[in-house]
Design a protein around this ligand. Structure first.
Ligand code: AMP
Length: 500
């Protein structure tokens, strides 16, 4: 594959290095920026996020042309037969839907990435692409819209970042006043920072800059990164709207749009903001949407934002947990939970690898339990949505480094949190839905390691029993008779069982 590798030794990425006026990203774009700024200022007085953003009247024929298909199939891939590919799909649990789906690549070499990318991959010691990368790269590099149904931990970040880098390296340089070429929308600050790490690790190799913008942190440093000319912007929706409304940035140059963890963004109520933001991006962009689940709300987003998209599912289509996790369910009463937690942690702390995350239902409970545990001498820290960004960064750093091995968290940390060596997940409180259960326990057993998840399951969770049993059975885990009994009584008495 011939990727245009920009002259990395001499080019200064960012502003003014080169004039691409001839390609159409010149004065016209810069000129309209002032108007946007005024609209933004007016709207800040309003109440609805994004109220001041008007949908541009896009006329695709008048917009500057851009390239999005850079894929040249490797000869080995071309020669590979249908049967071999079907076997690969079955082994990797890949299912695809859509027209003219490019064949998957079986190795990094077949992806045809430039040397500097390959060197980094080798440095990381990775053997082969993950399933989502094998099928995602050929689709994304071909400029096609795609939906990827894949869990965090599946390697999906790299699945969209490497094609993003190739995409950027084929576009004219940014000029002063230009917004990002690649926009990645994410639900949480933690995920934003993780995506940024990957964007930095691979982007810096060709002087690609990024800006990471999220709420709860000072605006000025983030803005500086944006204004300095970032080709990639990784953003939570609220903060980005803020910058768009006030005219601090714009999405006129954006041609590669990623919606990461779309299901989570909808859960968190970001849909209006997402719609506002996507309206600001030219309609002939390439759009990649990622989600761990595929409920009808996510489907609707895909229908509204994507064109003739290819869908890639990784894993069985039902709700499935990572099979490298040992799942232990302890059916007990609410009042027994604290004693059980202490016993469990006493055992865990005797292990050599003991990094543990404990999920609780509310912020208050997280604070309360961590305070009491600390008082009793446990090495515990706590993270939830009310903590300032500084506290959250510090907490994650302490946990990541292993200085403090026990993290108590609300669901804010259940998706996207990528700490490689978490060995135990404890569900002190069962989550509201089984999908959250799967995401929470997925914090352990990252990248083919193993882990253990303990769940305290009480009569108050009875409605979730049968879903949980399906997850356990699919992962070939032991289902305790007590749990089966609960599920049965929930069915028999329509929720009014002796357990309630
Ligand atoms: P993600 O699903 O993007 O959160 O990635 C999960 C983890 O897998 C991260 O720690 C990555 O560094 C790692 N990873 C990504 N791609 C590969 C690969 N091809 N082989 C091994 N590990 C990978």
């Amino acid at each position: 594959m011939s990727y245009r590798d920009r002259d990395r030794s001499t080019s200064s990425r960012g502003f003014g290095g080169r004039s691409d006026g001839g390609r159409g990203f010149g004065d016209r774009d810069r000129g309209s920026r002032g108007g946007m700024s005024d609209r933004g200022k007016a709207s800040l007085k309003g109440t609805q996020p994004g109220q001041g953003l008007r949908k541009p009247r896009w006329d695709v024929h008048k917009l500057p042309k851009f390239e999005k298909n850079f894929y040249k199939e490797h000869p080995v891939v071309t020669r590979r037969g249908h049967h071999e590919i079907q076997q690969f799909y079955a082994a990797q649990q890949i299912t695809v839907a859509g027209k003219n789906v490019p064949k998957p690549v079986f190795s990094f070499e077949e992806g045809g990435f430039p040397d500097y990318v390959m060197n980094q991959i080798r440095k990381n010691g990775w053997q082969s692409p993950t399933a989502i990368q094998s099928q995602g790269w050929p689709v994304a590099l071909s400029g096609l819209d795609m939906v990827g149904i894949a869990q965090t931990g599946s390697g999906k970040t790299l699945a969209f970042i490497l094609p993003a880098i190739v995409h950027i390296n084929h576009q004219p340089y940014l000029e002063r006043g230009d917004g990002p070429i690649v926009l990645v929308l994410v639900p949480t600050r933690e995920l934003a920072q993780q995506v940024q790490q990957v964007a930095h690790e691979f982007g810096r190799l060709s002087q690609i800059r990024n800006a990471c913008v999220y709420g709860g942190a000072p605006k000025r440093p983030q803005l500086k990164d944006l204004e300095d000319g970032a080709e990639i912007c990784i953003a939570t929706p609220g903060r980005l709207i803020d910058y768009l409304e006030s005219g601090k940035t714009n999405l006129r140059r954006t041609t590669y749009l990623v919606l990461d963890e779309a299901d989570r963004m909808l859960d968190m109520g970001f849909e209006p903001q997402i719609r506002k933001i996507v309206e600001q991006v030219r309609p002939d962009r390439q759009t990649l949407m990622w989600s761990a689940t595929w409920p009808k709300e996510v489907r609707k987003l895909a229908e509204d934002f994507l064109h003739n998209y290819i869908q890639i599912n990784i894993g069985a289509l039902q709700l499935t947990a990572n099979h490298n996790i040992l799942q232990i369910i302890d059916v007990c009463m609410e009042f027994e939970k604290e004693d059980k937690l202490v016993k469990l942690l006493t055992e865990i702390m005797q292990e050599k690898e003991n990094k543990t995350i404990i999920f609780v239902e509310t912020k208050r409970k997280a604070d309360d339990i961590s305070r009491r545990m600390r008082r009793d001498g446990w090495p515990v820290i706590c993270i939830h949505g009310d903590k300032s960004q500084q506290e959250r960064d510090w907490t994650l750093q302490e946990f990541r480094s292993g200085k403090i091995p026990i993290l108590i968290a609300t669901d804010v940390a259940s998706r996207g949190l990528d700490v490689e060596d978490i060995k135990f997940v404890i569900n002190f409180d069962y989550p509201n839905c089984s999908e959250d259960y799967v995401h929470r326990i997925g914090r352990t057993a990252r990248s083919s390691k193993t882990g253990t998840a303990y769940t305290l399951f009480t009569p108050g969770n009875i409605k979730q029993a049968s879903d949980l049993i399906s997850v356990l059975r699919e992962a070939k885990q032991v289902v305790s008779p007590k749990l089966l009994q609960m599920a049965e009584s929930a069915r028999g008495y329509q929720g009014k069982s002796r357990w309630l």
